[in-house]
Design a protein. Structure first.
Length: 317
């Protein structure tokens, strides 16, 4: 049996299992970040979480939030708008008038409550929710200090967020991401409540997210029975919990989104607002089910079956 050097990624372990099950030769490069799979004279690769099933174009579209939302909107797929703004250093494209007037206009048109993020960000990193001009200015300055382009989106009151894993126009897995919370006992501080529920990297993430909210202090002792949401984002890596569901409307929307950009293997994130509307938030060309599997280890066989289908289709087996 082939050995695995990078034991931290579930995907690596799963792909090695698949290779051994099907007599597929496997080679590892760059600390298991690149896997080369070979059988019957066919050689294919997995780069990170990207399988050699998607075209380079569809991968690039999915990785650009503004491009993806524009194409989805053109295809009449309900989607969260991601309005593009280029770094002022790219004056040739921005123009001498700059961005600020247009950014302020977007801010006011959307009830002075928007989300600012990098065009190509992942995992909820570098995402700012702003409700004042000062917060907006700080977020824009921070983002442009690190990125060539950013995008702005209206803020929606989200009831639930969902992820659908799509392979060749079919939903292989659909789950909802429940925003993390703790229940006050009337005795413990918020920090103690967080420490009692979360651990490791997840604990670090939820503490950082909660601190950034600035609505309560970690030293506060809320009254017994109060529910404290620790994050406004539904990222599994930041404490959200996954729950497998079946929903035809969500599945149909996810498939339409994938078809709109001609992507074969992807995950589609969808939000449900408090008004009951569904919108595509983003499409991910890299199918990462790490955090889902970490919180649902009993679903190993289900996750393996999804990756197995992708590998076998990639190698035309």
């Amino acid at each position: 049996m082939s050995t695995i050097s990078n034991s931290k990624r579930n995907l690596v372990r799963i792909v090695y299992d698949i290779a051994n099950d099907h007599g597929i030769a496997i080679e590892s490069f760059s600390y298991d970040w690149i896997l080369k799979l070979s059988k019957n004279g066919i050689h294919k690769h997995i780069f990170g979480y990207n399988f050699e099933l998607n075209s380079a174009t569809s991968k690039m579209i999915a990785g650009d939030k503004s491009a993806a939302s524009d194409l989805l909107e053109a295809a009449t797929v309900a989607t969260v708008q991601h309005k593009l703004f280029l770094n002022p250093s790219m004056e040739k494209y921005v123009g001498s008038i700059g961005n600020w007037q247009h950014i302020l206009k977007f801010f006011h048109e959307n009830h002075q409550h928007i989300v600012c993020k990098p065009v190509d960000g992942t995992g909820g990193n570098g995402v700012f929710m702003v409700k004042t001009v000062t917060q907006l200015e700080q977020a824009i300055h921070t983002l442009f200090s690190k990125h060539r382009s950013i995008c702005l989106s209206p803020f929606y009151e989200i009831q639930k967020e969902y992820r659908a894993v799509i392979l060749d126009g079919e939903v292989e897995l659909l789950y909802q991401k429940n925003i993390p919370f703790v229940m006050a006992d009337g005795v413990s501080t918020i920090l103690e409540l967080l420490q009692g529920k979360f651990s490791g990297d997840t604990l670090d993430s939820v503490i950082t997210s909660f601190t950034n909210k600035k609505e309560q202090s970690l030293s506060d002792i809320p009254p017994k029975g109060e529910t404290i949401e620790v994050n406004w984002k539904s990222n599994l890596g930041e404490g959200a919990q996954a729950e497998i569901i079946a929903n035809e409307a969500i599945s149909t929307l996810a498939i339409k989104a994938a078809n709109a950009i001609n992507i074969r293997f992807c995950s589609v994130d969808i939000i449900e607002t408090t008004l009951g509307a569904f919108y595509v938030l983003e499409i991910n060309s890299g199918v990462m089910i790490e955090h889902f599997l970490n919180s649902n280890p009993q679903e190993y066989d289900r996750v393996k079956a999804i990756y197995e289908k992708a590998v076998l289709r990639m190698l035309e087996i």
